[in-house]
Design a protein around this ligand. Structure first.
Ligand SMILES: Nc1ncnc2c1ncn2[C@@H]1O[C@H](COP(=O)(O)OP(=O)(O)OP(=O)(O)O)[C@@H](O)[C@H]1O
Ligand SMILES: [Mg+2]
Length: 245
């Protein structure tokens, strides 16, 4: 079973684009049942069921991952937390009167891996985005631990799932600092940085080549792809220029 955790230098840097391309790439090399997972999606619309009787909260990343996936699964497995508010997950969860429970996500992930040949897990936001804050009054609470009663972050989820991490670097001013901080955070947790993707999200970025050369010199993992600015790019086409880790 192949699985990866996709993180990024920030929100909106191309994690979904990369996750969808990776799903297609895994399918192109012969994995039959490939599924994307978005454990926590903050920012959903209420979508009515076909019969109009019920409905569900649906996030656009989840829609994109499902369109790329060859394995269709119930939403409790590929998106256990669908939170309406487009905010940091711990804030969106609080507004929805929910608590993001890493054990619940882990159980969903293990259910998926039973049925899939490959799972691509897209994190929320950047690597250390908070998923839940301590219950009020909890003592000794601090970032970095996953127990309920303490802060939990997206990094704790990656650690708990023990997945190799792929870092999407959104190429724009500031990305070197964000990429190097993220690399430190990944490696300091004993996780493997399986590779990184250079994704041009600012077509006007000055000194792009020099920034790319710095990333190549400083990131301790292979560059899996370098994607130009292209609003219309199809994940199946991007997959052909993505090197698998
Ligand atoms: N190389 C690119 N060229 C043009 N547009 C891009 C490129 N990469 C990403 N985009 C666009 O930028 C937006 C953000 O990309 P994407 O949704 O993949 O980011 P994300 O990291 O998954 O964001 P989130 O944190 O919300 O999950 C999307 O509209 C996407 O189509
Ligand atoms: Mg996304």
């Amino acid at each position: 079973m192949t699985a990866y955790f996709i993180t990024g230098t920030d929100t909106g840097v191309g994690k979904t684009r990369t996750s969808c391309a990776l799903i297609h790439a895994l399918r192109q090399v012969g994995h039959a049942r490939v599924v994307g997972m978005k454990p926590v999606a903050a920012g959903c619309d209420w979508v009515l069921d076909d019969d109009g009787a019920g409905g569900q909260w649906l996030n656009e990343d989840v829609v994109a991952l499902r369109a790329a996936s060859s394995l269709k699964v119930p939403s409790r497995f590929d998106n256990p937390y669908a939170l309406p508010e487009p905010a940091s997950p711990h804030i969106a969860a609080k507004l929805a009167d929910e608590v993001i429970d890493l054990a619940h996500i882990e159980a969903s992930f293990h259910a998926l891996r039973q049925h899939a040949d490959a799972v691509v897990v897209e994190g929320a936001g950047g690597f250390i985005v908070p998923l839940h804050e301590p219950a009020s009054g909890a003592e000794g609470a601090h970032f970095g631990h996953a127990d309920v009663g303490e802060w939990a972050t997206s990094a704790d989820l990656a650690s708990r799932l023990r997945l190799p991490v792929i870092l999407v670097v959104g190429l724009r001013l500031g990305c070197l600092n964000h990429a190097l901080l993220t690399q430190e955070a990944v490696l300091s947790r004993g996780l493997k940085l399986a590779g990184w993707v250079a994704n041009v999200i600012d077509p006007e970025m000055p000194h792009q080549a020099a920034n790319l050369a710095t990333l190549q010199a400083r990131l301790q993992a292979p560059m899996l792809a370098h994607w130009a600015w292209d609003r219309q790019a199809e994940p199946a086409d991007l997959a052909r220029s993505l090197r698998l880790p």
